[in-house]
Design a protein around this ligand. Structure first.
Ligand code: SF4
Length: 709
């Protein structure tokens, strides 16, 4: 055991991005504390952050050696790194030569560090020549990205965490912040305790722990958020609670939206939402007449077949009332994953290029191609998450490289994902854990370093870039994700484009970050002035931070000049549309999914800590007692819950947190814990037409007592 030392890093779970201090003896992590100097959390941690040391101390389930399956159906067998690299590079290059670059796809993760993301994006778009790289952030934030771009002209929130202290009206929409972003939730609680005038409006079909604390809980029917926001805007227009100067000077498109919401008076909106008209009107009044209104929103808006419209209808309220661009006011989407934002910054998605550039923009493609010295970039749209696995399933895509994510648990309609991976010619899985549902389909397993062992950066929900630092070495032969991608990339370049300028010359993450920040210069997220030295000396910084500045920018659009060509924000008409797959006589229940307090995603980390199960020891299907009574069901009964896409068996939990007709199941439980892939066995794969985000918040299902045989 060596000398005790402390390493400053960042929590690997949610988008709050809390700073942590890791105590280690050089070989083992012995403790994790909140970093009192980190601006995101000032020393606080939630239950997940507090269990980081326990998860990091366990090597259980870790992938330790590169391995491959000589034939499908055989067990994975260890091989050397060079052998694994050569095999992967040769197989991918052969598929590219035989079928073209779009026969290869990359599916990555908001858990990756920005530097990892950057290298994978360059590998796909710069070397292979395909835009088929997407990420599990597609399941998380893509509707928010599309909403910001359409309304404000650029991705990224205009707000910062300090706004939680200044807001007098807080509209929480589709966010159980008490569970999903606990440290921010505590900050919100403290602000309300300090100012009794502060009001919370919570929009959520469930009475979550967050909703239970609201001054006004709008328990809307699932999927009716757009009707609610349009009805609120109608009421604001009727009452004259608008900001005409902001609308006139700084926006465009208001008249069209005004015409649209004329057909959504509060009474009609309230009826659609299943709430009282007076509550809708009260929410509108508090929002418009408050000195500072902040909306905080998350998966309840995003994970929808019209998630972009939900975002836009909410942003319309901010634009109409001028509740944006000043302390305590603005639309603030909370990122689910620790580095969903960093992935967007490097353009690590099928729909974007580096530094918030667009694939469909020829000038943007030329800029990135010239910077990378690769001649040109493909203009063909890439496959987004759901479409990528559909294309694998029908044989259009032949090979997939999955990194740091478990799509056999997290994507909707898991059976299609399984079929896709069985059908693929080559499945490469790069993972820290060898026992995820997806590893079972790997032809090649590349063992990856995990949190506490990696170096790089992440960006949290308020655009703040923080350093992630290693406290211990990875176990076995696990390696950093960026390094694995770069090592394979060099071999593929020698096979596919010999003699061209070296694309992956990196010896460490600092060089990758420097290349990334150079690509941002002149863009809305310009971090030309931010390097590791500044982060180490001055601490985490928000973007933009162009050259010549020493501190990041807390808020954007404070002068109300937006990032559109005209400088004006754009009102967007958002007609109300129902969910993609309506309930019916055969499938009469609405099923929604969400997080538990102490677990994270597919539980590959938190599922190894006993105390993480004290809050919820087993998966359940939550149902209102009246619905159970009508069906002769009781607490603890095993029930079969089925959609048109699949079925699974769960124990029943009765609760009046849900309205009659609705069901809830946690998203976390995967095949490692139960005899099925989890709740996405039955979720439908309908996606939003603008953001391509799947509707994980709604499936039409039926429930019956399970006859176990
Ligand atoms: Fe980690 Fe999020 Fe908890 Fe902070 S709030 S400790 S970032 S899980």
């Amino acid at each position: 055991m060596g000398e005790l030392r402390t390493t400053a890093s960042t929590c690997c779970y949610c988008g709050v991005g809390c700073g942590v201090l890791i105590d280690s003896d050089g070989e083992r992590i012995v403790g994790v504390r909140g970093d009192p100097d980190h601006p995101a959390n000032a020393g606080k941690l939630c239950s997940k952050g507090l269990s980081l040391a326990l998860t990091a101390q366990s090597d259980a389930g870790r992938a330790l050696l590169p391995s491959w399956r000589p034939r499908r159906g055989e067990a994975l067998q260890p091989i050397g790194w060079d052998e694994a690299y050569d095999h992967v590079a040769a197989r991918l290059a052969a598929i590219v030569r035989r079928h073209g670059p779009d026969a290869v796809a990359f599916y990555v993760s908001g858990q990756l560090l920005t530097e990892d993301y950057y290298v994978f994006n360059k590998l796909a778009k710069g070397l292979v020549g395909t835009n088929n790289i997407d990420t599990n952030s597609r399941l998380c934030m893509s509707s928010a990205v599309t909403g910001y771009k359409l309304a404000l002209g650029a991705d990224g929130p205009p707000t910062c965490y300090e706004d939680l202290d200044h807001a007098r009206t807080v509209l929480l929409a589709g966010s159980n912040m008490a569970y999903a972003h606990p440290v921010l939730y505590r900050r919100l609680e403290a602000a309300r305790a300090a100012d009794p005038e502060v009001r919370w409006i919570v929009v959520d079909p469930r009475r979550t722990d967050t909703a239970a604390m609201a001054d006004l809980h709008l328990q809307i029917q699932p999927g009716t958020d757009v009707a609610l926001f349009n009805g609120m805007l109608h009421h604001l227009i009727w009452e004259g609670w608008l900001d005409p100067a902001h609308i006139g000077l700084h926006t465009e498109g208001f008249d069209e939206v005004k015409r649209l919401v004329r057909d959504m008076p509060p009474a009609a909106a309230a009826a659609l939402c299943g709430i009282r008209e007076q509550d809708l009107c009260q929410a509108a009044e508090w929002f418009a007449r408050s000195p500072a209104s902040l909306s905080l929103y998350c998966m309840g808006l995003n994970q929808s077949s019209h998630g972009t419209d939900k975002n836009l209808a909410l942003i319309n309220l901010h634009l109409a009332t001028g509740q944006i661009g000043r302390p305590g006011a603005g639309p603030f989407s909370l990122t689910g994953q620790p580095n969903a934002m960093g992935g967007r910054e490097v353009g690590g998605m099928a729909t974007m290029l580096a530094a918030h550039r667009d694939i469909g923009n020829a000038a943007h493609r030329e800029e990135v191609a010239a910077f990378w010295q690769v001649g040109d970039l493909s203009a063909r749209p890439g496959l987004t998450a759901v479409d990528m696995f559909d294309a694998l399933a029908d044989g259009q895509v032949k090979a997939v490289w999955i990194t740091c994510t478990n799509p056999v648990h997290s994507l909707p309609n898991i059976e299609v994902v399984r079929k896709a991976l069985r059908q693929a010619e080559l499945v490469i899985v790069q993972e820290a854990y060898a026992d995820t549902d997806t590893v079972a389909y790997a032809d090649v397993l590349l063992p990856a370093a995990s949190w506490g062992e990696k170096e790089g950066t992440v960006t949290n929900s308020e655009r703040r870039i923080s350093r992630v630092r290693p406290a211990v070495a990875p176990p076995g032969q696990a390696r950093a994700d960026w390094r694995i991608a770069a090592d394979v990339g060099r071999r593929m370049q020698a096979l596919l484009k010999p003699g061209t300028p070296e694309l992956f010359p990196y010896t460490g993450p600092r060089e990758i970050f420097d290349e990334h920040r150079a690509l941002t210069v002149g863009r809305d997220l310009d971090i030309g002035g931010l390097d590791y030295a500044l982060l180490d000396a001055a601490g985490p910084q928000q973007w933009p931070l162009p050259a010549g500045q020493v501190r990041g920018q807390a808020r954007r659009y404070t002068d109300h000049r937006y990032a559109t060509a005209s400088g004006k924000a754009r009102f967007q008409p958002t007609p109300y549309r129902p969910v993609a797959v309506a309930t019916s006589a055969r499938y009469p229940f609405h099923l929604t999914t969400g997080r538990l307090r102490d677990q994270w995603h597919g539980m590959s980390r938190t599922g190894r800590v006993a105390r993480a199960f004290s809050h919820a020891p087993e998966p359940t299907l939550d149902m209102h007692p009246d619905d159970a009574a009508r069906r002769g069901l009781a607490e603890g009964d095993l029930v079969r819950v089925a959609s048109r896409d699949g079925q699974l068996v769960l124990p029943l939990r009765l609760t009046d947190e849900l309205p009659s007709g609705s069901l809830f199941a946690a998203m976390h439980w995967s095949g490692r814990f139960m005899n099925s892939g989890g709740i996405n066995e039955i979720s439908n794969a309908a996606v939003d037409a603008k953001s391509f985000q799947p509707e994980l918040k709604h499936s039409a299902v039926r429930v019956e007592k399970a006859e176990l045989g």
